[in-house]
Design a protein around this ligand. Structure first.
Ligand code: GLY
Length: 566
């Protein structure tokens, strides 16, 4: 890539001066290699949108913002303007930044808002209601990050999403199935029929048009954040709240602000790992896992061997126990990331286990310092020809969030309030325990596991990676990184190979079917591990910069992930 810099600069000048050179053709696939730029996302139309922005001379941030808005149209399962996320940026001068556009609890929220008079969780109240919605952050996040880093106009960047919503796009086979299986639910949750519901069944290639969403995006194009957080869109959100027991107010919308934060970083076997700070727990868990593994040779222990699975599972139990106790919104609680990532702390944290026997989860407590998430989230990775990179993960929480579409505005509301510890100290429905640090407070951000990450080798951009998968996100990203660094896999192999996951509670290792050798499974059972099979874990979209500067994509087979490069 870098060897072509002079040619590319010349090309950029030609573009700026209005001469029309034909850009290199776009290559599309799962595991492609390109010279100039790459976008890897969960939907072919979103990747196409991102790459078209790069080809127009936009940088990785322009392309990321365009991809995010495109995902809101063509991947409503998780792409959104009614949700939030985290974006990690590494510019070509090595500087890094994070935009946190995580949702916030409305000002009318309170600690026990999802509990009944006996103090028990009212089933479904934190996921299937208007009350479950946090104040959306995506629109403000995209506008702010574009203002700070973008090269093209906001209008140019959002327009492809408007076109996708107006003209429609062909749904994938997977989407046709998901829309069909959610049809009754959509109808039950909404007074008016959402665009995802049609007479008869969806099939692959059918065109989904979303005129109301297109009009909302046009208001954002024409009025910036006021096109969403005030005026007609805000009115529609407030009216939607009134249709149920929602509490997002005009003041909540008006006061929402995405924030720039300093990324977390650490060293692993000479590589620099950059990731997301709280209110995501993802970066802390990832860096804790790598820190605990540093003294052990995973390569010598062998890929997916009994020893390796045991070591990683023991480390994961400890990282998740710490998460439950300490992690929350840093604007409300002191998270102690510095102590949790201190190599001395991690050394002490990872000595009290037996190499031949599993430590039962009840024996693992949070380390002494002197939530849950659903699976449906989505990650995209972008690298541009200037050497800038973006790693972004965005979500509505559950698939289609609360499944409630804001009437007239055409977008789905998140159900992110469920990522708080709705009842601190008690395992939630996914078995993950959260503590006081993540209890509900007005204006607080709920804890996340999103882990968009970037790895540097010899001070240069090397990997860009992230995944959906709720609590499995940080362990998925950890495995991709160790697959590359310890097991010398290329990005395609690192993404495609099987995965496993242990989150302390519930007390079992979850593994993808066929991933772990039957002898290793027998050995793990003999060590008192409980094991559970699962079809897939995570769905990574990653990029690797090869030694010759070319850009290789790893678009996970687990989904409709697609890379576009040129
Ligand atoms: N709702 C998924 C996450 O934030 O981790």
């Amino acid at each position: 890539m870098r060897t072509n810099r002079i040619v590319i600069s010349f090309f950029a000048i030609l573009l700026i001066t209005g001469c029309h050179e034909t850009p290199s053709p776009v290559i599309t696939g799962r595991n492609i290699t390109a010279e100039h730029g790459m976008v890897v996302s969960a939907h072919p139309e979103a990747s196409k949108t991102g790459i078209s922005i790069l080809q127009k001379g936009g940088n990785a941030i322009d392309a990321a913002v365009a991809t995010e808005f495109a995902l809101a149209v063509c991947y409503p399962e998780a792409g959104n303007i009614g949700g939030g996320g985290f974006m990690l940026i590494r510019m070509n001068d090595g500087s890094t930044d994070v935009i946190d556009y995580r949702e916030k609890a409305p000002l009318g929220a309170s600690r026990d808002m999802f509990l009944d008079e006996k103090g028990n969780l009212t089933e479904g109240s934190s996921t299937e209601t208007r009350l479950a919605a946090g104040v959306p952050g995506t629109v403000d996040g995209m506008i702010r990050v574009h203002e700070k880093y973008g090269r093209l106009s906001f209008r140019e960047i959002i327009q492809p999403a408007i076109d996708l919503a107006t003209k429609g796009f062909p749904v994938t086979e997977g989407q046709a199935k998901t829309f069909n299986s959610n049809k009754e639910y959509f109808l039950r949750m909404n007074a008016s029929r959402p665009a995802f519901v049609k007479d008869g069944e969806w099939k692959a290639g059918d065109i989904l048009r979303q005129p109301e969403l297109a009009a909302t995006l046009e208001r954002i194009r024409d009025n910036g954040r006021d096109g969403f957080y005030s005026g007609k869109t805000a009115e529609m959100i407030i009216n939607e709240m009134k249709r149920g027991n929602g509490i997002i107010s005009a003041r909540d919308l008006d006061e929402y602000e995405a924030v720039f934060r300093k990324p977390l970083s650490g060293e692993y076997r000479g590589y620099r790992i950059i990731s997301i700070p709280p209110p995501s727990s993802g970066g802390i868990i990832l860096l804790q896992l790598l820190g605990m593994m540093e003294p052990w040779s995973l390569r010598e222990a062998g890929f997916h061997s009994l020893k390796t699975v045991h070591l990683i599972a023991e480390a994961e139990k400890r990282a998740f126990a710490d998460r439950a106790e300490y992690a929350g919104d840093p604007d409300f609680v002191r998270v102690h990331a510095d102590i949790l990532l201190d190599p001395e702390y991690l050394k002490r944290r990872f000595i009290d286990f037996d190499l031949n026997m599993a430590t039962g989860s009840m024996q693992v407590k949070a380390g002494a310092l002197t939530g849950y998430e659903s699976d449906e989230t989505t990650h995209y990775s972008v690298v541009d020809d200037y050497g800038n990179a973006v790693s972004a993960t965005t979500t509505l929480n559950n698939t289609f969030g609360s499944s409630i579409v804001v009437e007239g505005a055409g977008f789905l509301l998140n159900d992110q309030m469920d990522d708080f510890s709705v009842k601190p100290g008690t395992p939630n429905m996914y078995g993950l325990v959260g503590g006081e640090a993540n209890s509900i407070s007005p204006g607080k951000r709920m804890l996340s596991s999103m882990t968009p990450s970037i790895v540097e080798k010899d001070g240069k951009l090397f990997l860009v990676a992230g995944s959906p998968g709720g609590s499995t996100i940080p362990t998925t990203v950890f495995q991709v990184i160790t697959n590359v660094i310890d097991y010398k896999m290329n990005i395609r192999q690192a993404v495609d190979t099987g995965r496993f996951h242990d989150q302390w509670l519930p007390d079992y290792i979850m593994f993808e079917i066929g991933t772990i050798d039957s002898l290793v499974i027998k050995g793990l059972k003999g060590m008192n591990y409980n094991l559970r099979e699962r079809t897939t874990i995570g769905s990574v979209n990653a990029v690797e910069i090869l030694p010759d500067g070319k850009i290789a994509a790893g678009a996970d087979w687990r989904g409709n992930n697609t890379a576009c490069g040129y």
